[in-house]
Design a protein around this ligand. Structure first.
Ligand code: C5P
Length: 235
């Protein structure tokens, strides 16, 4: 598949057109950012690892009945995906209090949540992805009501699959972020990556962080943590 014009460049990925208007190429970069781009670094091999992790997970989600944009892996850093229009809403699902949830609500990190919490943020680098609710998304025309209902249903279905999937690999899935896209038909599909950049993973035995918080919080061992997650997922 030949790369066409660059359609989108984000902090961690580039999206290219292909000769088929219904397909895009996604390329994973080694660039890492935190605090909406204030903190930047290159993490060696991160693009290849996040690509490999996402490629390992997406077909399993499809098998679990979750429609996704994924078609196939093209190279170490590239995937072929279905062309979607990204819904500018980041969907966060939480099993355990951490990060911005802990900060906002004064709840200690690591406190298990008796039921999952689904949160929505507006995908905007300029505004640092502010928290919104579904009324905001509806009022501003970012998605229709049936699409938002489907997005919530799919997000919880992803959690239902991923939580035991990681548990079996000795990892607590604390929280994660999803993005969804719409096909020309309006059908909602899961898009974007699922990786240590977008999930919090804690070792089940030691609670050691195996995700991007190692970079955000200067804990060191970033590359090792990402490699360890890939090893556990593909073992
Ligand atoms: O920072 P916060 O606690 O809101 O993050 C919740 C989850 O969403 C974490 O797993 C984090 O990695 C992910 N996230 C993300 N992209 C963002 C914000 C959060 O992948 N822009």
């Amino acid at each position: 598949v030949t790369r066409g014009e660059l359609r989108y460049e984000g902090k961690a990925k580039r999206v290219y057109a292909t000769p088929d208007p219904e397909q895009y190429i996604v390329e994973y970069k080694d660039d890492a950012t935190a605090f909406n781009g204030v903190k930047k670094a290159q993490i060696a091999g991160k693009g290849a690892i996040n690509n490999a992790i996402t490629v390992a997970i997406y077909p399993r989600l499809e098998a679990a009945g979750i429609p996704t944009h994924f078609i196939r892996q093209l190279s170490e850093r590239e995937q072929l995906v279905r062309a979607v229009s990204i819904v500018p809403v980041e969907v966060i699902v939480r099993n355990v209090a951490a990060g911005s949830f802990s900060k906002r609500l004064g709840i200690e990190e690591g406190t298990p949540l008796p039921r999952p919490v689904v949160e929505y943020c507006y995908k905007s680098d300029a505004l640092s992805d502010p928290l919104i609710n579904t009324d905001t998304a509806l009022s501003l025309g970012w998605a229709t009501e049936p699409q938002l209902i489907k997005i919530r249903e799919l997000a919880l279905k992803v959690r239902g699959f991923l939580t035991p999937f990681f548990e079996q690999r000795g990892v607590r899935l604390i929280d994660f972020k999803l993005e969804f896209g719409t096909l020309a038909s309006g059908e909602v599909v899961l898009a974007d990556e699922i990786s240590p950049d977008t999930c919090r993973f804690w070792d089940a035995a030691t609670n050691e962080k195996l995700d991007k918080d190692r970079f955000r919080r200067d804990l060191g061992g970033v590359e090792d943590a990402y490699s360890e997650m890939l090893r556990r997922i593909t073992a």
